[in-house]
Design a binder for this molecule. Sequence first.
Ligand code: ADP
Ligand code: ASP
Ligand code: MG
Length: 415
Amino acid sequence: MQVYKFGGASVQNADGVSNITSIVRSTVQPLVVVVSAMGKMTNAFEELTRFYFDGKQEQLWEKFAQIVDFHQGIIADLLGGENESEGFNRLQELLSQRLRQAPSLHYDFEYDQVVSFGELFSTSIISDYWQKEALEHQWVDVKTVLKTDDLYRDANVDWELTQSRMQDTFDEAKGRLWLTQGFLGGTRSNLTTTLGREGSDYTAAIIAHTMGAASVSIWKDVPGVLNADPRWYPDAVKLDELSYNEAIELAFYGAQVIHPKTLKPLQNKGIPLYVKSFIAPDNPGTVIADGREGDAGQPIYILKDKQVFLTASPRDFSFIMEDKLLELIAYFSRFRIKMNLMQNSALNFSACFDSNGATEALLDALKSNFVVRYNEGVQLLTIRQYTPGAIDAMTRGREVIDSQITRKVARFVLR
Ligand code: ADP
Ligand code: ASP
Ligand code: MG
């Protein structure tokens, strides 16, 4: 069995859907296909949820209409008429019913119930198209097989239950081609959860792990894993192969091409991950597997924007020892803020982290015991396998407000 994952960019319009259909057609089955919401729809659903939760009726229904129109356009191109997808019509009615009811007080719960329609819409439209194209398959409601706890928006997988549900569903005696949603899961009582933004890669890995699949392929708008994001580094080159550990490091440091949780379940079972281009599907892409050395010596650049760089010093001038470090780290953990870099000296503790809604609250909390200085809107550059030339080229003309250099990795906070 193989598992394929197609992200939003691959199904952003009707041509995209027909392209992934050809890729699926030319693949040996059994095959499980995981698909994300179309294009940038998850962002639109996030706005929809906000309007719903805040009771902004006018904006809510305007956004709803935009989302429906976007999908109707794709349906018209694929199926010959706006109302041709029965699955979509039914789901759209379900969503509008939900939005007509008052939300609960639990934002993260409402978020998952609403945002999940992105993946439900996309897979139901694709399923209707496959049916029209006589591509035999089964549509699977992933929340019935990928079971999680009820930590909405960041759900944890119940591996045992998921394994048995998946083995029952993706049973080679019962089918050869399945189509299901990425990013979503379901609690024991079958309420929808999500696995965190960009979580569809992780879904593919969960399925592969529990099914003991031969491989996972994630299909992207880039030729594979590159040594930098081509959106900011046009000279990026493709890496032909990577070890799991190297790929985990890249994803962890913020290379957005793979969701960081994706690699562990694959590494545990020795399942190779292919990152391939849906634009040039015959090209080899990047393979991530055991024993792959990667392009040793090739510097790899990861840039994280919208960072906050903070320095805290104890008001009582006590040293930053283990107890103070624990106290400081506990603040970040309490506000669920992920530190991307941390450093300390006798009297100062510094950290670089993603700016999010909790930044203000963190700063306020810290100020009672620490003198806090911070810069917002800075960038964090990580260079793996750095060379002096690579550091020079990337930091020239920039103000470096902090740096951390180890044997393999050089990191700079840049303004
Ligand atoms: P998906 O459609 O699967 O959600 P994403 O847009 O999340 O795809 O990921 C693909 C994008 O990741 C690319 O278009 C590219 O801009 C970006 N990216 C960031 N870092 C890298 C990297 N090291 N190699 C390749 N692509 C990268
Ligand atoms: N649609 C979700 C998102 O955009 C999940 C994914 O695409 O991986 O975050
Ligand atoms: Mg994505």
